[in-house]
Design a protein around this ligand. Structure first.
Ligand code: NAD
Length: 262
């Protein structure tokens, strides 16, 4: 299937590892020019170099903290200076720590709001005017299964991700007339460093080992396994493609069927 993405400019935030990195690689495999960012410049540059040599596409990689509005503004300007456009913007960030409500501090809440909600506001403000000018754009947010099904000890994610869904639907309504499609992808338990961190935290509080926790999470999904970053990435790339041109304002879970509702 031709996804119609060749030469499009795809910006993928928080992409030095995990789901962000897999997404940048998958856009590159479709012939997109790719812009990547993360806080750690060294890990980011080596990820970018690997993508350049494997897929022979142009890659811009810049250190940027997505919870800093002026850093996001500078990064988007650099992308537009280099590529002349930003067609696709995937917003992503590291997830908040696993905590029950009374263990959270106000700093935890402020950090979660900044990284997991405001970062999307910052990117949307910067990219939408460019997308409006070309009357084509895709914004895809990476959130979580928690947008539909709150999980124990993830109160920061459960609460803050819901705001992203409200924003996605609002942007989809407001900018559909400009050819800008806005959707949200919610991963379930996916085999990345983030998941191993969550498993380690739960293992130490339950006095179990990490692999028991991971096995239990895998068994909870009807597909009886964890997701792979590639599987989230391929969904994001499909949503950005011409093959998903009448889909906007949606949350699509990629969770092996883990969500228990209808
Ligand atoms: P990860 O921890 O493996 O990777 C996170 C990436 O974000 C890294 O590249 C890191 O450098 C970058 N990053 C973190 N904070 C940043 C910041 N402030 N500015 C710029 N870059 C930053 O995480 P992942 O598993 O790939 O998850 C990506 C997102 O999906 C997270 O929000 C996570 O909570 C969410 N999610 C993951 C899972 C899962 O099972 N892995 C499930 C549901 C939701």
């Amino acid at each position: 299937m031709d996804l119609g993405l060749k030469n499009r400019v795809a910006l993928v935030a928080a992409s030095s590892q995990g789901i962000g990195l897999a997404t940048a690689e998958t856009f590159a495999a479709e012939g997109c020019r790719v812009a990547m960012c993360a806080r750690n410049a060294q890990a980011l540059q080596s990820a970018a170099e690997k993508i350049r040599s494997q897929h022979k596409v142009e890659v811009l990689a810049e250190a940027c903290d997505v919870s800093d509005a002026s850093a996001v503004s500078r990064f988007v300007s650099e992308v537009v200076d280099k590529f002349g456009a930003v067609d696709i913007c995937v917003t992503n960030a590291g997830g908040p720590p696993a905590k029950g409500f009374l263990s959270t501090s106000l700093d935890d809440w402020n950090s979660a709001v900044a990284a997991n909600f405001l970062s999307t506001v910052y990117f949307a403000r910067e990219v939408i005017p460019h997308m409006q000018r070309q009357r084509w754009g895709r914004i895809i947010t990476v959130t979580s299964l928690t947008t539909k099904q709150p999980l124990a000890d993830l109160v920061l994610s459960n609460a803050v991700r819901a705001a992203v869904v409200g924003l996605v639907k609002s942007l989809a309504n407001e900018f559909g007339k400009d050819g800008i499609l806005v959707n949200n992808v919610g991963p379930g338990f996916t085999a990345t460093d983030r998941l191993r961190e969550l498993a380690a935290a739960q293992a130490s509080s339950l006095r179990k080992n990490e692999s028991e926790i991971l096995d239990r999470w895998a068994a909870d999904a009807p597909l009886r396994r964890l997701g792979e970053p590639r599987e989230i990435a391929e969904t994001i790339v499909w949503l950005a493609s011409e093959r998903a041109s009448y889909i906007t304002g949606q949350t699509l879970l990629v969770d092996g069927g883990m969500y228990k509702g209808l």
